[in-house]
Design a protein around this ligand. Structure first.
Ligand code: AMP
Length: 301
């Protein structure tokens, strides 16, 4: 390694700085505020991919001090889920943050996020009952709890979340309103592979054969969208999604595949103008989710 290479390596190691404690993150953010900067937070569990980078890019467009949190939150995983095997490529994540122009990485330990004796939880309401709710008991409570704590530690002006986790984004927006956080929630579109597969850290678990089968979810959602856009009712669109997923190389299980009102995740009614087509499937040991938002054509009078 030349001296120049070593310098570059050291540079990358130092930038962006990594805060690991509450005191450290608060201090660095106070410094940025003192410089007059607004603060944007992009919460992640790491194993960064282009989907995460697109969130960072949205934050950059707002000319803010960008904080990316990297924390695999134990309370949002059920005991049988993939907490221990979840990928944690921190050095690579840090390098990607450097390349993306992130100002600060917040990578707390479990002891920081869940202090000894911890027992307080943030409980979401009706939005957490459907879709992923019954399949991941306690998941959204874990998400709300960790996001509330991140919001308290970072106190951002805005935070970016992906439409890829549509139910999560709705629940977080509700939490921000209900708990009166002065934080704008910026929802960013889902980034996909060229063939349509939504980018996800869990795609790394898929074998080649599973990767091919994983596309069935996007195919089904797309067929549902086509059905809605040609004027079919939501029930018909849901049927078409189920038929499509059964025809193509099917998944090992379908947790759900539904067409719901996008604002409240309830059944579609005559008043619905935006439908959320959403699904969760299992391919081998991997659970994948995806969704599409469909704006219905204006009602003819
Ligand atoms: P995660 O690390 O999976 O918890 O995701 C962190 C954030 O990135 C969440 O707000 C996700 O919705 C968002 N995200 C994950 N995958 C994508 C994607 N393919 N496109 C856009 N945002 C995404």
């Amino acid at each position: 390694m030349t001296i120049e290479d070593r310098k570059t390596e050291l540079d990358l190691q130092a930038r962006p700085p990594v805060a690991r404690t509450a005191t450290d993150v608060r201090k660095k953010i106070a410094d940025a505020r003192a410089r007059g900067q607004t603060i944007g937070l992009v919460p992640t569990m790491g194993a960064l991919h282009a989907g995460h980078l697109s969130l960072i890019e949205h934050a950059r467009r707002r000319d803010a001090f960008i904080v990316v949190s990297i924390y695999v939150n134990p309370t949002q995983f059920a005991p049988h889920e993939d907490l221990s095997s979840y990928p944690r490529p921190f050095a690579d994540d840090h390098r990607q943050c450097a390349d993306a122009g992130v100002d600060l990485v917040f990578a707390p330990t479990d002891e920081i996020m869940y202090p000894p004796g911890d027992e307080t939880r943030v409980q979401p309401g009706a939005l957490a009952i459907g879709l992923c709710g019954p399949h991941r008991p306690g998941h959204f409570e874990g998400v709300c709890t960790v996001v509330a704590r991140l919001f308290n530690l970072v106190a951002p002006d805005f935070a970016c979340f992906g439409q890829k986790d549509a139910q999560q984004a709705l629940i977080i927006k509700r939490m921000v309103t209900d708990l009166q956080y002065p934080i704008e929630i910026v929802e960013c579109p889902t980034l996909r592979e060229p063939d349509g597969l939504a980018l996800s850290s869990r795609n790394a678990y898929l074998s080649n054969e599973e990767r091919m089968r994983a596309l069935c979810l996007y195919r089904a959602l797309s067929a549902g969208r086509e059905s809605l856009l040609k004027g079919d009712a939501a029930e018909r669109a849901a049927t078409i999604m189920h038929e499509t997923i059964a025809q193509s190389s099917p998944p090992d299980a379908i947790d759900y595949l539904v067409a719901v009102e996008a604002t409240n995740l309830q059944a579609v009614t005559e008043a619905t103008r935006r439908v959320l087509l959403a699904g969760a499937i299992r391919i081998g040991k991997t659970r994948l989710i995806d969704n599409l938002l469909v704006d219905l054509p204006p009602l003819r009078t």
